[in-house]
Design a protein. Structure first.
Length: 220
């Protein structure tokens, strides 16, 4: 059976080796350059796993080119809003943001140590602001964030916007991953416990049958 690695477009070489030991082919999503409005979105990066492992790409062990960028269509907006309105989904997100370093790295930039491992956030104050307990209970929708993006925001509202945009990007990445796994008939695999829990919650809530696995990460 094939695996789809999610929600990031790159993974650590140790994760890749574990996946290749267990699956015939490993699919990778492109970087998700999400476009919230015509004038605002997330910047995409052109690098792909095949750039670092051309032999695996040529042999077909790595399969890439799954595009998840651009604006959200109506069905995606509805699905994202469903996640954002789900108290359990929001609780999982907020707990992972407090305790899961791999999850944090998807939302806040981290510096690297001499071995190339992510060590500390480059903006620790931003991460602490995101971790405040009350943020878990602030209602968000895609439409709310789109409206906020169209006006100049004071500092506190800017933090609220960034937290909300993190919610939307995370929900969209997990939803895209579920749908692409359904199309491919593949296993959803990640090395981020927080994303695994979010995907599991969404599948349970929506009665989606999907094979899924979380790789245990040690020392990286």
């Amino acid at each position: 059976m094939d695996a789809l690695y999610y929600p990031f477009h790159l993974c650590h070489e140790k994760t890749l080796h574990q996946l290749l030991e267990n699956y015939s082919h490993v699919h990778f999503l492109d970087f998700m350059a999400l476009q919230l409005t015509p004038f605002m979105g997330a910047t995409g990066f052109p690098d792909l796993m095949g750039d670092y492992y051309p032999d695996l790409l040529e042999s077909g062990r790595i399969i890439q080119g799954h595009n998840v960028s651009g604006p959200l269509n109506g069905a995606m907006v509805a699905a994202v809003n469903q996640d954002l309105a789900d108290p359990l989904w929001r609780s999982i997100f907020h707990e992972a943001l407090k305790d899961d370093r791999r999850f944090q790295r998807g939302l806040v930039a981290f510096s690297q140590d001499s071995q190339g491992r992510s060590s500390v956030p480059t903006d620790s104050a931003l991460l602490v602001a995101f971790q405040q307990p009350e943020r878990e209970f602030v209602p968000y929708t895609v439409e709310t964030l789109q409206a906020m993006s169209r006006r100049r925001l004071p500092e506190q509202e800017s933090l609220a916007f960034e937290y909300g945009f993190g919610l939307i990007k995370t929900a969209a990445a997990v939803i895209y991953s579920i749908r692409r796994c359904q199309q491919l008939g593949s296993v959803a695999v990640t090395d981020s416990p927080g994303h695994h829990q979010l995907l599991t919650r969404a599948c349970q809530r929506d009665s989606v049958e999907l094979s899924k696995f979380c790789v245990k990460r040690e020392g990286y």
